[in-house]
Design a protein around this ligand. Structure first.
Ligand code: C2O
Ligand code: CU
Length: 506
């Protein structure tokens, strides 16, 4: 890898299956078939971008905060505008972006349990968009999916309003062409605080992402079939929109970090050498008791609330890294990369309050009224017009499509259930390919993976389905009625079929 030019090296040869699929695709005429595919050269190895090694970013990197315009302490009323802007991911280079209120990530929205949140949203983008409140239990017509409402047109406005019921770390992003809109920079965080929160020395919200840029800071064009299959991975890792920003710690402090993975496809397997991370919460808020981890896997869409106990001596410098992780198609061949620089101050150690032994209680869900199975697959399919608007006149054109039980969204059977019912879902991936599975509108508890009972009881809305494994979860439809989506959170997979529809009736 040449760090100056950002030109990626070839990754190790892709698996036989990957190369085979790519040949099949390249052998057919597809130039007209797919607007998102720029070209299909005859190369049969995908070049997975290597991550650039950059010097630490020394500026401020905390998220901007939204200003609450409403004096009523139980109403949070804010303005969010989506617009085209420019950001500086690489020093001295401008990168075109789409952003909320002009910053990537968008601003942090903070509320407390029970608050009413009102968001006056203006779409100043050239394209239609929506805001989806990922993980937040909101009424169906506020969820930002397009089953029940039309997208907000270019130049249009929409007021989102809902009451926040659960404490936790959530995020917001578009639900129209998410693969391209989120990649361009449209994402932000929503933190809902409980009436009582553990006392810690300090806290911050960190949104992780990656972008794929050339040496001038311009986004690399959307790639070929393998990029569609793997999902877009970049060559620059970002924490709150900055490459390798500096996390200042003081020996002895307990620093709470609310982590959100906003990347289209990258899995972050985070580790801070010589330190343990203490997990306080997952997608849907606190777990019952703090749990020590050596490393943390955070898949696209997922959140983790962790405490770093600053155990190293004053003046130590090291990096939070993301370790290699194989999620299919030789993604694990990439070496570890730096995410955050950690710099200890020279000051003497500080004393920190102990973590509470109990954070919350989570009841086991009652027995399910029914069980459903979902098989996630990646398969070559003949293109027919209608899939996501990619029309094709050639019936012989083969495209990678992503299916749930063999169906390509939106041509899927709608599954129905009643409000309050509990179901058991068995979710599987038929190849050695992982998929982050997300359900809108409701939280679930993981019961087991490959028959092994889940060690932690937790509220989740996004969970990794490991390749060739079966995960069982219990979901209770205790939110709002209406139609809801469930899908893979590798955004290229969701946009190309791996999505389903759920209808909850009273
Ligand atoms: Cu964050 Cu439908 O997704
Ligand atoms: Cu997927």
């Amino acid at each position: 890898m040449n760090a100056q030019t950002g030109v990626p090296m070839k990754s190790k040869p892709t698996s036989f299956r990957s190369r085979f699929l790519l040949r099949v695709v390249c052998a057919t005429a597809l130039s007209a078939a797919l607007a998102t595919v720029t070209s299909c050269s005859m190369k049969d190895e995908y070049t997975l971008p290597q991550v650039l090694d950059v010097p630490p970013y020394t500026g401020a990197w905390d998220m901007q905060k939204l200003t609450d315009k409403n004096p009523d302490p139980s109403i949070v009323e804010v303005d969010i505008e989506a617009r085209v802007t420019e950001v500086a991911y690489l020093p001295g280079k401008k990168t075109p972006a789409w952003a909320y209120n002009g910053s990537v990530p968008g601003p942090l929205l903070e509320a407390k349990v029970g608050d009413k949140v009102v968001v006056h949203f203006k779409n100043s983008l050239p394209d239609p968009t929506t805001i989806h409140w990922h993980g937040v239990r909101v009424p169906n017509n506020m969820d930002g999916h397009t089953l029940m409402m039309n997208p907000v047109p270019a130049g249009g406005s929409f007021d989102y309003s809902f009451q926040v019921q659960d404490a936790g770390t959530f995020w917001y992003h578009p639900h129209v062409r998410s693969d391209s809109q989120v990649e361009k920079g449209l994402y932000g965080a929503l933190v809902v605080r409980a009436a009582s929160e553990p006392m810690l020395t300090s806290e911050r919200v960190v949104m992780l992402d990656d972008v794929y840029l050339d040496a001038n800071g311009m986004p690399m064009p959307v790639g070929d079939m393998m990029e569609l299959m793997i999902g877009r991975q970049g060559n620059l890792l970002l924490a709150n929109g900055k490459a390798r920003p500096i996390l200042n710690l003081r020996t002895g402090e307990r620093h709470r970090v609310r982590l959100i993975n906003a990347a289209n496809a990258r899995y972050f397997r985070l580790s801070l050498p010589g330190h343990k991370l203490t997990l306080l919460g997952t997608d849907g808020g606190f777990i019952e008791t703090p749990r020590e981890l050596d490393e943390l896997l955070l898949v696209p869409g997922e959140r983790a609330d962790v405490v770093i106990s600053a155990a190293a001596s004053p003046s130590t410098a090291l990096d939070v890294v993301t370790l290699p992780y194989e999620r299919g198609h030789d993604t694990g061949a990439l070496p570890q990369a730096n995410v955050l620089r950690v710099q200890y101050s020279a000051e003497a150690a500080v004393m920190s309050p102990m973590l509470p032994a109990t954070l919350t209680t989570i009841a086991t869900l009652p027995a399910p009224v029914r069980t459903r199975s979902f098989m996630l697959s990646e398969q070559m399919m003949p293109m027919t017009s209608g899939h996501n608007g990619h029309g094709s006149s050639s019936a012989s054109t083969m495209m990678p499509m992503f299916t749930i039980n063999g169906q390509v969204y939106p041509n899927v059977p709608i599954i129905s259930a009643k409000l309050g019912e509990v179901e058991q879902w068995e979710v599987m991936s038929d190849e050695a390919i992982d998929h982050p599975f997300h359900i809108h509108g409701f939280s679930f508890q993981v019961l087991s993976r490959e028959g092994v009972p889940e060690p932690i009881r937790a509220w989740k809305d996004t969970v990794n389905i490991k390749g060739k494994e079966t995960l069982k979860l219990a979901v209770r439809f205790d939110g709002f009625v209406g139609k809801w989506l469930y899908h893979c959170h590798i955004l290229e997979h969701a946009e190309n079929g791996m999505m389903g529809e759920l209808d909850i009736s009273p």
